[in-house]
Write a protein of this length. Structure first.
Lengths: 342, 342
């Protein structure tokens, strides 16, 4: 299996408002180290660097003004005399506020985000570019070879909306991969999101389209981040009506209940006629994840890999969440090992 | 002039995300101390304690589920094992998210707020109740006597929406005062908001009504908090169409430009036939305010008082912002001195 990875993430550090404390984010460089180390031990590979960042591709899933904002925010923050090591919003266009794009950086930070759980620092945009490029490179490989590939993305991407960052995500890597697969000829691509959290960004990006369909198994937004998207009745709109499937589950969900939903998702994807698959691979469904509340064990990740292989579609796996850092790499390897056997 | 004040605010301390740092809020107990001391020196008074908090009254301007949330949030935060001295949100229903009320406290903190510039601590709800009660008591006095009264509210209120806190505000004290004036017989009440920031909460509460009309002179939301409300084209809706007047001004606005807008506001209020007046009195338009960018001087506040008196309406003055703490009390006294001459 081709592995695409990059060290560009190493200079991306997040501040995170967590429990009314400002902490170094759960989403840190050690996560990627854990995965890289486990891949090496498992002998998975070969590993390649990503092709250059393709802004035109990214602007097919994100608005150009948002991409401009991401690329300029850090320099504007420094120019504004701010001392903190990362730019954060403090006000948002919440319920009944208006969607007019403001001019001031502090205002735009709120306009272009939905959470205070991440920030934009000196290394954020370079890391986000490299992360998107990894997903893109993996997608090209799959389109060309039919063989699976794993993009070891960091930062993750599935919370990134068309024009909003949040949930540790800036550019939606899975969406970038799917868009590339469409460009290279797939008539329909399915994105399967198995991260503990709803892939609100991916849903947002493809909500009105039927060439990229989206299915997410995740913790119920009534009790879990991102809270305000991910409900069962969100099924797509316009040409995309019926192309979005949300399968929310309660806190404490065990493997039996989780795999029932994976089977539903698999049937739905099969029935859709999708020709290629992108997996938003979060392993924060793990029983020992420090910020999540599902109860999957190490061996369940092996089974996830097997069932994805059973879908029998050319597959791009894109790294998303997982915060039990020490065991993160091993859990990822378990999923990928299902593919190594093919 | 009757002064209504209370020490209940003393146990209300805010955490504030400011420049990506978590600080003790600019809106602290020392603000009220500054005002109380200056009132004493100026011999303004008499000073009275507020009547008891009237929840039924407050529920005519805020949704009952929001009032429940405010009253229970701190106990739920502690029960959830949180260690921080105040509850803060970290995710919001931003653009294209849904307005479904979630169940988890962390989610509800975001649902019921729009900013990370304030928090809910042990003393917040008692202080917010006392603050609303001060505005109510001042309003009753004005309704009964026709004489002016000043509610030395803390926390302030004008950013508090029907069901969202933010901008240091929880219960909308000015709205509570206006609602009481209506109840006690005024056919129409005008709220004049001279705080540096747009009174988004007051606008939200009365946007569809014509018995309480709202006019705000404030920094342009394109560059200043609350960023996503306060534009010129927000004029009210339904029966309230034409009952909302926003007069945004750029950073750096001086007294000449500011008073031109106050004259516009005064003409509009006169023409409305309002029988009584509530003033949302922020003095963060002061040239030395540390977080604001208008250029009014000490003597300009005397002039503000005079022009409000010239409106010749029974007037409730409700304290809002002002963060040049040392000079805050003196600036407030300047405004009130215009009334003392009457």
């Amino acid at each position: 299996m081709l592995i695409v990875s990059s060290d560009a993430h190493r200079h991306h550090h997040c501040l995170e408002l967590d429990g009314a404390k400002l902490i170094d984010s759960w989403e840190g460089p050690d996560r990627a180290d854990s995965i890289d180390a486990a891949l090496l031990v498992a002998g998975l590979g070969p590993s390649v660097e990503p092709e250059p960042f393709d802004r035109q591709l990214v602007e097919r899933v994100h608005l150009p003004d948002y991409v401009d904002f991401l690329s300029e925010a850090w320099a504007r923050w420094v120019a504004g005399g701010n001392e903190a090591p990362a730019a954060m919003a403090f006000g948002w266009p919440a319920r009944r506020f208006r969607s007019i794009r403001p001019r001031h950086l502090n205002a735009q930070l709120g306009f272009y985000s939905f959470a205070a759980d991440c920030s934009i620092g000196a290394g954020t945009w370079p890391a986000a570019q490299a992360s998107a490029a990894m997903a893109d490179t993996a997608a090209r490989h799959v389109a060309e070879s039919g063989q699976p590939a794993f993009a070891r993305c960091r930062p993750p991407g599935h919370h990134a909306m068309r024009d909003q960052f949040g949930g540790y995500c800036y550019v939606n890597n899975a969406a970038v991969a799917a868009e590339r697969l469409i460009e290279l000829g797939a008539a329909r691509v399915a994105i399967l999101d198995v991260d503990y959290h709803h892939g609100n960004g991916t849903q947002d990006i493809f909500y009105g389209r039927d060439d990229v369909i989206f299915c997410s198994i995740h913790a119920d937004p009534l009790v879990e981040f991102p809270y305000f998207l991910g409900h069962r009745d969100e099924t797509g709109e316009g040409p995309g009506e019926g192309s979005n499937l949300n399968l929310p589950l309660p806190h404490g969900t065990d493997a039996t209940a989780w795999f029932e939903q994976l089977d539903r998702a698999a049937l739905w994807i099969k029935a859709s006629g999708a020709e290629m698959l992108v997996v938003s691979l979060g392993v924060d469904t793990f029983e020992h994840d420090p910020i999540s509340r599902f109860r999957l064990s190490r061996s369940d990740f092996t089974e996830i890999g097997r069932r994805i292989v059973d879908l029998d579609l050319p597959t791009v796996l894109v790294m998303e969440g997982g915060y039990a850092t020490e065991e993160l790499g091993k859990n990822v390897v378990e999923v990928l090992s299902g593919f190594s056997d093919t």
